[in-house]
Design a protein around this ligand. Structure first.
Ligand code: ADP
Ligand code: SR1
Ligand code: MG
Length: 430
């Protein structure tokens, strides 16, 4: 099927080189001359073993192995892989992914795969192969543990949020980065429609389990909910505050038992600080809510408790790290020391207000993400892999209701304990 779409149908002239999708058969001859790849893989290019391992919605991902090592070659396609050529998508998403990866590496060293090479014309990034790592979503479905997961994710989100913003960056750099990433409008537009808007009406590519029809009708008739979802979208489009990963779900994190890396920031844009936090919380909650379908009754409670601990660690690491950076790296144009510390005036009041705003936004974005993963085009395996249709319907319904509650009540959910209480309103057992 895939090889059909790869047949030279998309040969696009862009600048000096001709864009052409890579194939497993042609990759070695096309990239064999790349010094950086030869060094990393060793041996001669015609002995490289190439496998297309992409399981994402958008791009080609090749694992290339040589005698000495391995590397990942990721290439954008001029359309959405999940849908096909009826939905074109610009190749420049690879450019934004590359720019986001190098900034994330600088702002939180060790958090992302190292970029080895970037070819803008071919929309191709060559990067470090995360050997032995698995996608976090599969880890959570399988019931495995990752040490330090919540803490590391919380630090990543805080560091990238803080260090990409006017709290930290020199004003010229922040403005030129904002300009650069706001050009990623095609991918932002997917988020704007598919994530924020489509759950709340009968959009063309939507699909959902008929077992949740009743809940879906209620959601779509709830004017307050739709208004709040649009208020959150307004924040997403109009609050260009920091460089976001933009698609930070459990499928964008790869782990071993002791290592945690974030991948796939092609949706990077400038947006509100609570967005990545809310997306990640939503995906952890969906892992939690779907557990009764994946665990036996002996392991269910302890594994769900572990996920709750991960969520608590994440929120507390985010807040701690953000506070540390507020005190130690606040060198941007916002909340300058000249107004606070230099006058022996405490800056913890504006810090708390900022953290409160981020938390409230995050809860809202969290609810939206919980809705779109059940109702629009791109569902997630946490629910999609549940074979028992009745149980799946019950869990999806619970997920939808919790999402609505988070969106509507976000201003009164004070802290992580109140948040965790809200996600446990309806218990469904396996
Ligand atoms: P897409 O943008 O299409 O969603 P991803 O960047 O999510 O593609 O990559 C698809 C899959 O390829 C991931 O789920 C993962 O299994 C694998 N992958 C991506 N990057 C790496 C990497 N650096 N090391 C190992 N595997 C990777
Ligand atoms: C049509 S793209 C659907 C989803 O896949 C990506 O991974 C993003 O999550 C996007 O919303
Ligand atoms: Mg992707």
């Amino acid at each position: 099927m895939l090889s059909l779409v790869l047949q030279r149908k998309f040969v696009i002239m862009e600048g000096p080189q001709t864009y052409e999708p890579l194939t497993p058969e042609g990759l070695a001859s096309r990239l064999g001359g790349l010094e950086v790849l030869r060094k990393c893989l060793g041996g001669v290019a015609d002995q490289w073993q190439v496998e297309e391992i992409g399981d994402g919605n958008l791009n080609l991902v090749f694992l290339v192995r040589g005698t000495k090592g391995a590397a990942i070659v990721k290439q954008a396609l001029p359309y959405i892989r999940l849908v096909g050529d009826s939905w074109p998508l610009p190749l420049n998403r690879a450019f934004f992914e590359y720019h986001a990866l190098i900034r994330q590496a600088e702002r939180d060293p060790g958090s992302v795969p190292e970029v080895l090479y970037f070819d803008e014309n071919q929309a191709m990034i060559v990067m470090e192969f995360l050997d032995d790592h698995a996608i976090l979503r599969s880890i959570l479905i399988a019931g495995a543990h990752v040490n330090n997961l919540g803490t590391r994710l919380g630090q990543f989100i805080a560091r990238t949020a803080f260090r990409g913003s006017d709290l930290a960056l020199p004003i010229v750099e922040r403005k030129s980065d904002t300009k650069l990433f706001l050009d990623n409008h095609a991918l932002c537009n997917i988020t704007e429609s598919l994530v924020f808007t489509d759950p709340y009406h009968d959009a063309e590519l939507n699909h959902h389990n008929p077992a949740v029809d009743g809940v879906v009708t209620d959601l779509r008739q709830n004017i307050k909910l739709k208004a709040e979802a649009q208020a959150l979208l307004t924040k997403f489009v109009a609050h260009s505050e920091t460089m976001l990963h933009g698609d930070l779900h459990t499928g964008s994190v790869m782990c071993t038992e002791d290592s945690i890396r974030v991948i796939d920031p092609e949706f990077a844009t400038y947006g509100p600080m609570g967005f990545d936090l809310g997306m990640m919380l939503a995906n952890l909650i969906m892992a939690y809510i779907s557990q009764p379908a994946h665990r036996n009754s002996k392991d269910l409670a302890s594994y769900q408790d572990w996920i709750l601990d991960v969520i608590k660690d994440l929120v507390s690491a985010f807040n701690e790290e953000f506070s540390v950076l507020w005190l130690s790296e606040r060198r941007g144009v916002l909340f300058p020391h000249s107004l606070f510390e230099d006058q022996q005036h405490d800056s913890s009041l504006p810090l708390q207000a900022k953290q409160r705003e981020i938390w409230e936004d995050a809860l809202g974005f969290c609810g939206i993400e919980m809705h779109r993963r059940i109702l629009t085009l791109a569902h997630n395996a946490d629910f999609e892999s549940i074979e028992d249709a009745t149980l799946r319907g019950e869990l999806e319904a619970q997920n939808l209701k919790v999402g609505a509650r988070l969106i509507i009540e976000r201003q009164s959910i004070e802290d992580v304990d109140a948040f965790l209480a809200a996600i446990q309103i309806t218990k469904v057992t396996g």
